[in-house]
Design a protein around this ligand. Sequence first.
Ligand code: PLP
Length: 428
Amino acid sequence: AEAEQRYVSANPGSAKLNQGARATMPGGNTRTTLHYGPFPLAVRSAKGSKVTDVDGHSYVDFINEHTAGVFGHSEPVIQAALKQAIDDGLTLGAPNIYEHDLAAAIIARFPSMARLRFCNSGTEANLLALATARAVSGKPNALIFGGAYHGSLLYYSHGPSPLNMPIPVIESVYNDTDRAVADIAANAATLAAVILEPMQGGAGAIPGTPEFLKALRDACTKHGVLLVFDEVMTSRLGPGGLQGKHGITPDLTTLGKYVGGGMTIGAFGGRGDIMDRFDPTRPDSFPHGGTFNNNVLAMSAGLAGFTKVLTPAALDRMNGLGDSLRDRANALAAKHGLPLQATGTGSIFGLHFHTGPIRNSHDLDAGEKGREHDVAALKKLYQLDMFARGLYVTRRILGNLSLVTSQADVDLFIEALDEFLTSRGTLI
Ligand code: PLP
């Protein structure tokens, strides 16, 4: 209560904005992800690794637009590309000078994609990938893994969201190789695709084991089922995404988030024989429109970002810094003797308040069982305490670094976490 009172008094501008927005948007919100009580911080501007809220507080950003903000804020090369594109004119109603180059830059990093198509969001990319798999295979079903977030219309946390598209799904268990392989074999006749993130992101930063991912690849090949990797979040975890790190070639891949340099984007691509069904010159081609599929802001910003900023060396540095953050967080848990563990890979991390194994969402539920309310209260306290120390973090305790997150930023995060564990350790 005291931490919340302090938050309310410190943020009158954010409170006022949220109050006003409640008249026009349900709960004052248009992105559920950005909601937390009593009201979320409203951000006015951002530069480098910092955001500034409407009440003038500056924070080191560990939300980074939920992994879409990989470049850091107001990245100058991308801003210059955007300004040029604006000067040259928007909504051109034609193929433009950027789209092929962006596609080529992506394909060069992700050789599993012989060809790709752009769309407007990660959600759309996943819907299109599943629709494509259904259309080419003539089979209706998709196999998904519990806890998965593949977008606002493809959400499977504690059962399917009521808003999900009516694609029939078989739900399997992440990192349970025997179960997943058996599910694929048993359903092969009706299964168009298996879709998964090679590390479950929103579900809690849970890496897929190499054996699990490889077994899925083998089972899909054996049973004639398409393997779809949703790398909307994980593609930043290595120059060729997690598929590159694991040496696994999915049939289809979906991308989004940072690929548009901060502008709205999605992309899906994969095997040439599948993607070429979108060739409009073919008599049997799949029609796929989309007014903004090739919008010049996303294409030009994405191209500049991908080719000039997101170098393999820059990605490796960022992901290495993320690995060190995770190691240091786990060392703090040991130092304080507290049931806390950091999960994730590279620049994406999750913090969880228990020490049991975390292989999937069932393990997360089991680890918090019987104390869900306490854990929720603890996560809220964590966020409010970190805000008070100048760190912009999520209440779900999923965080990520950007290319401009510095060693000093990480040091600050670890110091603040240390202080949090010192002052609130008894509650854990
Ligand atoms: N897939 C994954 C793994 C995601 O993390 C997200 C977004 O958080 C999406 C899909 C949906 O992307 P978008 O928000 O662009 O629709």
